[in-house]
Design a protein around this ligand. Structure first.
Ligand SMILES: [Zn+2]
Ligand SMILES: [Zn+2]
Ligand SMILES: [Zn+2]
Ligand SMILES: [Zn+2]
Ligand SMILES: [Zn+2]
Ligand SMILES: [Zn+2]
Ligand SMILES: [Zn+2]
Length: 1757
């Protein structure tokens, strides 16, 4: 290929230039010339095209090297005037660096901000600075960086306290603000200046160059080539797939190449996709353009001359070089800044920096990144030039933003993103506001981009096009800029600042005016709306502006003059909005209770109404702020209040509130969800501060300036309820006339809402300025009311509270004063509970309660009161006093119109409800009366001195209604109502009211010095008794209802509960009906044999005890376990396991060739069997499983839903407990034993050896006969009674045989990962292995949990082990006997070496427990041929002895560490052991020494040490053996083994029929053992293993644990942030994921690290599990702070991480950023799940509980 050749030619063509070139000479020449720019340009013109762009693919390494030598080096020589390495080092030395850290963040790196000291949340520290700062002791927040931005350590403006970490603490002796230029010589300054101005100019010219085929003046090279690039540019419109597809077509490349092109285009912004002559490139371009222009604008493609591309490449390189060079010295940095900001020839805004900025959106991503980086490390790091740059940035602001809005790149790739670096610096922001009028500029620019307005000049978002919506999204970033500018409030105001701020405020009002009344709605009657109007854009704008509005208020509040000016401006803006608000509206007059008022005719239900009223709301908050000032207290006449028209103020907020009430009443149903959503957000915590809350304040402000009667009449009129209350009989007449129940219902709701509004207008006083409160009181009250609903976690509370612009709620300051913290357990989270004394603040009509919250809180509060034995009445709380401006609001309570309303409702309530009134309505009325009384009480208390008794509510409610109606007084009505049977639920409250009235009267009379009269008499007592009776009845009824509800809930929850607490449920269930098997086996034996589990002397079960009855969970029938009976099975789950592996590097075996007969002591892959312990008939199970299969097939046909279990793989859920299972274990009876005289070890060994010999030759013979092999066969007589051709009768029934095969095949299939094949000779081996492995793993669990060996296992495990062991001892009966015999021959040869048997591993490569199990379990196949009366028990004992000796040897050879402790003398008891083990050790040394003289078996003098090593090493084996024989032979364990304690060793040895000095096994049969020992040691494998001792496994094998995790979560984040994708090598991994088993970090969930596994593409995690966890994996997703469980390719779930914040909560997704610390208990819980092989089960439960988990493509993680 031509392309490849050019590639290869490139270096050689340059070779001569390269050899002759001298950077030093070139630099020296440059020092002489008069026109340096021309010379340098010539140099670049000559070399750049020779280095860059010589082939289709850029070759960065080569190019960089040459660029360094030929281009940069002369520049550096020139700059330094000497050898650059020397010169630069000198520069660095003389440099006095600034105190800014300036560390630029990588993606995913942890950043810290101090919630106490940071000037704003954008001020962050890098991890290093943070750890060295004072803030680590403060309340801080941790987040992960999105990349870009830098550490603010050392910036005094960024931190209120502790701006420096230890490292960046300024040295006091340094003159801090000194000009860095004084550090270098004038010549150097001049040279630097020259170089920087030439190179920066060159780079700027090239990067902003827009001609494809020619170069700037002076760069045109004489030898101009003729090659072109077809350059593809990035856009955000086309998808990856489109680009890949198009490229494959256009440039004829493979999919893989196309993916690589697309990736580069996405990352760098452009990529050449073709290299060649113009024609060739043009061809590709036209294909691409044609292919991508169908729906959208085509992809941008340009044909560029190779020399243009070459210079652009070097331009980028040059900018990077500048960035590196200035790092040596602050002086160089300052010169670069100076060069960059120097005014160009074209006047204002023509510096190089300006040029770059203004071309930003025309550049490709890669170029932008490079120059942004340079700006960050130069302009933004120099205090002087940061300011100058900020000014230029502000001057260009409008233009930059317009470019950005038109551009389609994300903001992080735009120069506008640098605003945060400047605008958040308070001094800069202030300066930009005053000097450059930045505030106004930002707001005006923003408004200019939102020019979609209606005739009244309001925004119109309703009919937004997609393009407008896109633009709107981009424009929003300007609000962010505005926020930065405003974030720090001025402490001092200069006149200029006032002027410019108010100018900005004017601009802001213009913006708000465009929003006032936007997106109005009209009630839809008759037909449902056809199209849901767009509402989100308007609310997005509102939400984005919420913080800005708050900040504007705070700025205003900080200066009295500004506040009053702003108030005036706002008022005139509102007046302007409302101009003509009365036009065309007919005025009407309302009158009631002797009062009348003029208003307009307006119906919310008929005319336009809008939720958006930002101008009114801003005025409301300014009003409250004014009210807080001293002026309002002392000189209210100075305030501009006279210009206000209260009815005008309240009109629009009231309409909005009425709209909500009507929506509530169901009057707006036909307006669709759009309106419902708007109402929801209006009240939502995100918006309410600047919506609902302010409307309420405006109503309060208006009402406080009006006659309360007038206010209430207008209120009624807007609620469209005026007629109901003003016309005495209106209501009755209406309900008679039209019996429309809906209308009645509607009106009831509206009355309820209106009463609620009155309650709020009078009662909401927790805003500073409205009531006499602090802002902390407001937060306290919010928290109290949240906690009145129920105890809550920290994060729930945070969510319920509004956040300020710093994302702070202020909660921490007050939480402890109102709540108690309750720590979490191992699950769940920490909760805050209301302090009991705070319950008295509870207000049932708290304005932020939704109706649901309200009823929950009411129920909870009543319950608590009842529990405390108190009256359950919930009276209104005592409220703070109003501020003077709002003080008159209390008069609403005692005004005639309200009393009229209250009286009317009480009147209606006289009759049992017939739809004319509602319980809620009455409750509200009673609450209002209660409020009046509480208010009066407070007045009495506070005014007891000055006798101000103008508030006399009791007097008002005692007065009867006026003539001619002559209605009874409210008090009289209440007295009547308290006995009404239909008002049972309200009796508490009525009684409380009456009592309070009496109290108040008493007080008043007291103060009026009149003696209190006791009006209560006999009759009252009687009513009390009646009431009590009724109360009891009511309570009984409520209790009954509650019970019923609980029962209903219970049954619904039961299923859920069982799922959640499976294990618990199960255990308790089984503890109840104690499993008959276990109880029988543990009972002491009736036989008088000792408690020995193996050998001829072992314990025998009596006949009756051997009977075992079980119940089938499916048909509930009882069944005895018998060999010839119906098969009973246990649901079981078989899985591969690496939990005990000591060698995770061992590659998985090749399933087809692997010979599993000998387990390696590293236990790298095992097969674990577990069970939930539930028993079924085999036929019941089969029927069940078939049903599951059929159901699954139907389901798959119907819809593509997955289940949590894989039926095709034999998986099912246990029908009782839904535990994941994949096979069943048959239950078998205990085997019978015979006791007779038995041969001792040597006799037995002889006989067995003979038998082996006979068998071996017999097998050989058959093999020869089959294979026609002509080997010589030794004639061999079989020993006495050994019949080679005997075939024993299978003792089991056919169903049991079938189940034996089923389980055997399943274990084989899973254990080896092969297709099922019941004929395979490895089937029994895998079964024995699973038995051994499962016992070993359970033995480890018991040790680590410090539980005794026996008696502590849950029943399910007990049953599982017993049936597994017995199954394993029987599984040979369904295999080929010859196969099992030949397995036995090989196993036996490992102990008794036999030259005829080959390929036997040495004893160091065998796990002895597995060997023991396999020997014992395979031996029956040999024993059955023997008719001489030898018992299985004898053989078992001898196997145990032999394997134990072998294990002793194994331990002595591998596990004797260096002695670390001093010699210890031990008491006589262990003397013997120590001596004998010493002897054995020395014997071994001689055996090995004879083979080769080696030094790794050191001489040992201390038997004590040796014996202790041996004991510790062999203990796990003995414990496992005890478990094995216990389950095999059913012998109960001695009591010592049921407890933890000292006697374990002796008890174990006794139980296993072993001498407690194990070496005696050797000593007693020395003549027999000696030769064995020798043969073991002489196996070549022993030597080999010892020589490569790294792989040696020592004993005892330590238990595996999950990796250790750091205490502080940010350490993990930091670790992950420096992790790069191992495949691509440079890219940061998006989802770094930590394997908790082995500690490997993986690049998860990413295309780059997908690999093929068994023909499927899988993600890094899934691939890793196959090697590390045999398919099961436990990971920590570091960015998400989430634990991931994986099993196989299809199963997975997320699990709560073991990291908690101080509030006892996890932070999944790392959204809250509270510091997280490791919770050891939770981590241990995860570890336990892993170690007991419950991960897969856990996933199953999670998936059953949450079906969405099933659909996730787990294999891609
Ligand atoms: Zn730092
Ligand atoms: Zn620092
Ligand atoms: Zn701090
Ligand atoms: Zn059954
Ligand atoms: Zn079960
Ligand atoms: Zn990767
Ligand atoms: Zn791993």
């Amino acid at each position: 290929m031509a392309a490849a050749e050019t590639d290869r030619d490139a270096p050689s063509a340059l070779c001569s230039d390269f050899l002759n070139f001298s950077a030093k000479d070139t630099a020296a020449n440059w020092l002489q010339v008069s026109n340096l720019p021309k010379e340098v340009y010539q140099h670049l013109a000559c070399y750049v095209p020779k280095i860059y762009c010589l082939g289709p693919n850029l070759n960065p390494q080569n190019e960089d090297l040459l660029a360094q030598l030929l281009l940069q080096s002369p520049l550096e020589w020139y700059l330094c005037g000497e050898e650059p390495s020397v010169g630069l080092a000198k520069l660095e030395q003389s440099n006095q660096p600034s105190q800014l850290c300036g560390h630029v963040f990588k993606v995913g790196e942890p950043t810290y901000t101090c919630r106490e000291c940071a000037a704003d949340p954008t001020c962050v520290l890098c991890m290093q600075c943070f750890l060295g700062s004072v803030h680590k002791e403060h309340r801080y927040r941790m987040t992960t960086s999105g990349g870009g931005g830098f550490c603010d350590c050392g910036d005094t403006e960024a931190w209120k306290k502790g701006p420096y970490c230890q490292k960046h603490e300024p040295n006091i002796s340094d003159s801090f603000q000194k000009d860095p230029l004084v550090n270098i010589s004038a010549e150097m300054i001049a040279r630097t200046y020259n170089v920087f101005s030439i190179i920066l100019k060159y780079a700027v010219d090239m990067l902003t160059w827009d001609k494809e085929d020619e170069l700037p003046e002076g760069l045109e090279s004489p030898a101009r080539g003729n090659m072109y690039y077809c350059m593809l540019f990035n856009d955000e419109v086309h998808t990856y797939e489109q680009v890949i597809y198009t490229l494959q077509k256009a440039v004829n490349c493979t999919q893989k190449e196309a993916v690589s092109f697309a990736t580069t285009v996405d990352r760098d912004g452009r990529k050449s996709v073709r290299f060649g002559d113009f024609q060739y490139c043009e061809q590709a371009k036209s294909v691409i353009v044609r292919n991508t222009s169908r729906q959208t604008k085509p992809l941008r493609v340009e044909i560029m001359h190779s020399s243009v591309v070459a210079h652009q490449c070097f331009a980028l390189r040059a900018l990077t070089w500048l960035g590196q060079i200035i790092r040596y010295s602050d002086a160089l940095r300052r010169i670069l800044c100076q060069v960059g900001l120097q005014q160009g020839l074209d006047g204002e805004n023509s510096s190089l920096v300006d040029t770059l900025m203004l071309c930003d959106s025309k550049m490709w991503k890669g170029a932008r990144n490079v120059y942004h980086q340079l700006f960050m490390s130069s302009l933004l790091m120099d205090p002087k030039y940061k300011k100058l740059f900020a000014i230029q940035f502000a001057k260009n602001y409008e233009s930059l933003q317009s470019d950005f809005v038109k551009d389609d790149h994300d903001r992080e790739f735009s120069i506008t993103d640098l605003s945060v670096q400047m605008f958040t610096v308070p001094s800069l922001a202030r300066m930009l506001i005053t000097e450059e009028n930045l505030m106004t500029t930002i707001i005006r620019t923003f408004v200019d981009h939102l020019r979609h307005q209606d005739l009244q000049g309001r925004f119109q978002f309703e009919r937004y096009t997609a393009q407008q919506a896109f633009k709107f999204r981009r424009v929003q970033s300007l609000i962010g800029d505005l926020k930065y500018v405003l974030i720090s409030r001025p402490t001092e105001w200069a006149d200029k600042l006032r002027e410019k701020f108010l100018e900005g405020f004017d601009a802001f009002l213009e913006l708000l005016k465009c929003m006032q009344g936007m997106d109005p709605v009209v009630r839809q009657v008759g037909q449902h709306i056809e199209m849901e109007p767009e509402w989100e854009a308007a609310f997005t704008l509102q939400m984005k502006l919420t913080h800005i509005i708050s900040m504007m208020q705070e700025w205003c509040a900080s200066d009295k003059r500004v506040l009053i000016e702003a108030y005036k401006k706002c008022l005139s803006a509102l007046t302007h909005c409302h101009s003509g608000f009365t036009d065309g509206e007919q005025p009407i007059t309302l009158s009631m209770c002797g009062h009348s008022v003029d208003t307009i005719r307006y119906c919310v239900s008929q005319e336009k109404v809008s939720i958006h009223l930002p101008v009114s709301r801003l005025l409301a908050s300014l009003h409250a702020l004014l009210s807080k000032t001293e002026v309002a207290y002392r000189f209210p006449e100075q305030l501009p209040l006279s210009e206000l028209s209260p009815p005008m103020l309240i009109e629009h907020p009231l309409r909005c509130l009425v709209l909500c009430a009507q929506v509530h009443a169901g009057m707006w149903r036909r307006n669709g969800f759009s309106l419902v959503n708007q109402i929801y957000y209006y009240h939502n915590v995100k918006c309410r501060v600047e919506m609902f809350d302010k409307d309420l304040i405006m109503l309060q402000a208006g009402a406080s300036m009006m006659d309360p009667n007038h206010f209430l009449m207008i209120l009624m009129s807007r609620f469209e309820l005026y007629h109901i209350f003003s016309t005495p009989d209106y209501r009755k007449r209406c309900s008679r006339e039209n019996a429309n129940k809906d209308v009645v219902q509607q009106n009831n709701t509206l009355i309820e809402e209106m009463l609620h509004l009155v309650i709020m207008v009078v009662g909401e006083r927790y805003t500073a300025g409205v009531g006499q409160v602090e802002s902390s009181d407001e937060i306290k009250r919010e928290i109290v009311h949240q906690l009145c609903i129920r105890p809550m976690a920290h994060s729930e509370l945070v969510k319920a509270l509004p956040e300020n612009e710093n994302k702070e709620t202020g909660m921490e300051r007050v939480i402890d004063s109102v709540a108690l913290f309750k720590k979490p357990g191992v699950t769940g989270r920490g909760l805050y509970k209301l302090r009991p004394e705070c319950a008295k603040m509870f207000n049932l009509y708290f304005h932020h309660y939704s109706r649901a919250d309200q009823s929950k809180a009411e129920e909870a509060q009543r319950k608590i009161k009842r529990q405390n034995g108190e009256d359950s009445v919930l009276p209104p709380p005592v409220l703070p006093r109003f501020c003077p401006l709002f003080a008159s609001l209390v008069n609403i309570l005692q005004c005639d119109v309200l009393l009229g309303i209250l009286g009317a409702v009480l009147q209606w309530a006289m009759e049992p409800s017939g739809g004319h009134w509602s319980e809620s309505m009455l409750q509200r009325v009673l609450h209002l009366i209660g409020m009046g009384l509480v208010e009066e009480q407070q007045h009495l208390i506070s005014s007891s001195e000055d006798h101000d008794t103008s508030f006399n509510f009791t007097l008002k409610i005692s007065r009867p209604g006026e003539a001619p109606g002559n209605t009874p007084s409210i008090l009289a009505l209440l007295e009547t109502l308290q006995n009404a049977p239909h008002l049972e639920v309200h009796k508490d409250m009525i009684r409380w009211i009456l009592k309070t009235v009496t109290n108040i009267k008493t007080t008043r009379e007291c103060t009026a010095s009149a003696p209190p009269t006791d009006s209560s008499g006999h009759s009252q007592e009687e009513t009390v008794r009646d009431k009590d009776k009724a109360e009891r009845k009511r309570k009984a009824e409520m209790a009954r209802l509650r019970r019923e509800k609980i029962m209903a809930q219970m049954s619904e929850m039961q299923r859920h509960f069982i799922n959640e607490n499976k294990e618990l449920f199960q255990q308790s269930l089984e503890e109840l009906d104690v499993s008959p098997t276990s109880s029988l086996e543990h009972s002491p034996s009736s036989c008088d044999s000792a408690l020995v589990c193996v050998g001829p002397r072992r314990w025998h079960a009596g006949g009756s005890e051997r009977r075992q009855m079980v119940t089938c969970i499916l048909c509930q029938e009882e069944q005895e376990i018998r060999a010839d009976g119906k098969a009973m099975v246990l649901a079981a789950f078989v899985q591969r396991s690496t939990v005990m592996s000591k060698n995770r590097k061992r590659p998985p075996h090749n399933p087809d060739k692997y010979d599993p007969l000998f387990m390696h002591p590293d236990l790298s892959f095992g097969t674990h069997t577990g069970s939930c312990g539930h028993i079924m008939h085999s036929h019941c199970w089969q029927r069940y499983f078939e049903a599951v299969q059929a159901k699954e097939q139907r389901r798959q046909q119907r819809l593509r839903v997955h289940t949590s279990y894989d039926v095709e793989n034999g998986e099912f859920l246990c029908p009782l407990c839904e535990c994941l299972s994949n096979t069943v274990i048959p239950l078998l009876p205990l085997t019978k034993t015979t006791c007779s005289d038995q041969p001792d070890l040597s006799q037995w060994l002889n006989i067995t050896s003979l038998q082996m010999k006979a068998l071996h030759s017999a097998h050989k013979k058959t093999n020869c006969a089959e294979g026609a092999n002509t080997g010589s066969v030794e004639g061999c007589s079989s020993p006495h009674g050994f019949k080679l051709d005997y075939t024993p009768k299978n003792p089991y029934s056919s169903t049991i045989k079938e189940m034996l095969t089923t389980f055997g095949t399943a274990t084989y299939k899973v254990g080896l990962k092969v297709h099922p094949n019941e004929q395979d000779p490895r089937v029994p081996i895998v079964c024995w292995g699973s038995c051994g492995y499962t016992i070993q793993s359970i033995e480890r669990l018991l040790v680590d949990e410090e539980k005794p060996l026996f008696g502590s296992l849950p029943c399910r495990q007990d049953d599982c082990l017993s049936s597994l062991t017995r199954f394993s001892s029987a599984c040979w009966t369904v295999s080929s006997h010859t196969t099992v015999q030949s397995h036995f021959i090989r196993l036996f040869a490992a102990l008794v070496p036999d030259s005829r048997v080959e390929n036997i591993p040495c004893i160091l490569d065998i796990d002895m427990f597995h060997l023991l199990v396999s020997l014992v379990l395979s031996h029956p196949a040999v024993l059955c041929l023997d008719s001489s009366g030898m018992s299985a028990d004898t053989a078992q004992l001898h196997f145990l002895h032999l394997v134990t000796v072998a294990h002793l040897v194994q331990i002595l050879l591998t596990s004797i560490p260096e002695e670390v402790r001093m010699e210890q003398e031990s008491a006589g008891a262990e003397r013997e052991e120590e001596e004998s083990v010493c002897m054995l050790y020395n014997t071994l040394r001689t055996h090995l020494g004879r083979v080769l003289c080696f030094s790794w078996l050191r001489e040992v003098s201390s038997g004590w040490h040796l014996w202790h090593c041996v004991k510790a090493g062999i203990l796990p084996y003995l414990r496992a053996a005890a478990l094995f024989f216990h389950y095999l032979n059913g012998a109960p364990a001695p009591p010592e083994l049921h407890a933890l304690g000292a006697g374990e060793w002796e008890a174990l040895c006794g139980y296993l029929c072993l001498p407690s000095n194990l070496v005696q096994l050797y000593n007693n049969n020395q003549e027999l053992m000696e030769p064995l020992l020798q043969r073991w040691c002489s196996h070549p494998g022993v030597l080999q293993s010892l020589q490569t001792s790294a792989a040696l496994i020592g004993f005892p094998r330590e238990s595996n644990y999950l990796i250790e995790l750091p205490e502080d979560y940010s350490a993990l984040i930091n670790q992950a942030s420096s992790f790069t994708c191992p495949k691509s090598g440079v890219d940061k991994s998006r989802a770094p994921t930590l394997c908790l088993v082995c500690g490997a970090m993986l690049c998860s969930q990413s295309y780059c690290c997908q690999t093929e596994l068994e023909g499927e593409d899988v993600g890094a995690c899934t691939a890793h599990t196959f090697a590390c966890g045999a398919g099961v994996g436990i990971f920590l997703r570091v960015r998400e702070s989430q634990v991931l469980f994986l099993a196989g390719k299809t199963k997975g779930c997320f699990y709560a991480p073991p990291y908690l914040d101080d509030y006892g909560e996890t932070d999944q997704g790392l959204r809250r950023g509270n510091p997280l610390h490791l919770c050891q208990e939770r981590y241990r819980k995860i570890q336990k799940l892993w170690r007991q092989h419950s991960i897969t089960e856990e996933i199953g439960h999670a998936q059953e509980a949450n079906q969405t988990l099933v659909g996730i493509d787990w294999q891609h993680l």
